[in-house]
Design a protein around this ligand. Sequence first.
Ligand code: OOG
Ligand code: NI
Length: 458
Amino acid sequence: MPTTAPVSPDEIRKGFSRAMSDMYRDEVPLYGALMALVAETNTRVLDSEPGLAQQLQRTGEIQRLDMERHGAIRLGTAAELATISRLFAVMGMQPVGYYDLTPAGVPVHSTAFRAVHESALQTSPFRVFTSLLRLELIENPELRAFAESALAKRSIFTPGALALIDQSERNGGLNASDADEFIRQALETFRWHHTATVTGAQYQQLSDQHRLIADVVAFKGPHINHLTPRTLDIDQVQAAMPGKGITPKAVIEGPPRRNCPILLRQTSFKALDEAIAFTDAQGSHSARFGEIEQRGVALTPKGRALYDQLLNAARDELGAFPNEANAARYVALMEQHFQAFPDNHTQMREQGLAYFRYFTTDKGLAARGHAEQPRTLDALIDAGHVAVEPLVYEDFLPVSAAGIFQSNLGDAAQSHYASNSNQAQFERALGRKTIDELKLYDETQRRSMDECTQALLA
Ligand code: OOG
Ligand code: NI
């Protein structure tokens, strides 16, 4: 029995996210510089756009903005994925979405561990993009066998973390001191190691197959490879990065700049080259990079289909992977194609393209129980008794993720795998099903509608 009442998993996640950020800032000084730049930009944007400030105030995002970040890890085995799922569950994080990265030449498939309810997201929106290496895609049988045996030998969780996961599952949570210890123990899994578990030659062989394979197989654990703060204006940060000695990738991934942001825009800067001691020699490895993101409204299946269609059309017309040389043309093509996507919230709502949250206004509350209170949600909105705000996208985008992987692995790392989506295999490894993100957005939207009608019409 726990000695004191269990701590909320949301509080554990909040503490873990902070501890992870502190660890990463100590290890990667550029991350600190990026955080400062993002904070500065966010303050400026909020000062100059009172409408946006009011929107974020109403949705509560303004309070979570400073602590908002996502990280990413790459795992080697099904057993590692199953256990990380249990570890994240202690912090109230569940696997949401399935991403197949093989069409982009990256031999992994992925999910995002995150909180699922809007009130839990409000306490801490921390997410981890988690990829599983697909060893079956290594063609050379000897190399595949070597990779399997190297991964079979490692244990990426501390005994203390494993014991606390068991304890949390048994007792339905952890008390405050166990939660603190859990955070300390869990953090070890994500730490960078300056030593590799293989020889320099073995590393080279793995890397020649795919740099990502070396990144997973040659090390003791799945080091966190980036931690990404959320900015309110990614173009401003992108433009200011060179002045801080940071060189961003050529193009921003995701939709073009808009008045009403949709989904997710991301940019990153190259992985650092870091000294590594192989078992027999000194060398180097690059894996850790920096990234920033700007989040917009979540799209319905209809909106997402339109997004995918316009993105594909722009990319097809470009005829090549976006890069330094064609960046300006890519931006122009994206802007041109996305003209077809309405750029105001009213139209997006009326056409069923995006999810929204509904909030009672003071005016609406004052009219409660009065004859003049409109009786339907649409009429309440028209009368200004209910305010509509965009529901923020909490997930990732496969094409963008592929672009981020590629820019950090180097274009030379591009391999060709037949598109090889295998969600069933991923879920077998995970030990459970992934959650459909669209269902979560729909539920949040519905709850906010119900709360409004209950508060104003009941
Ligand atoms: C993950 C890359 C994807 C994102 O934000 O889409 C990603 C990785 O490199 O492990 O982080
Ligand atoms: Ni990322």
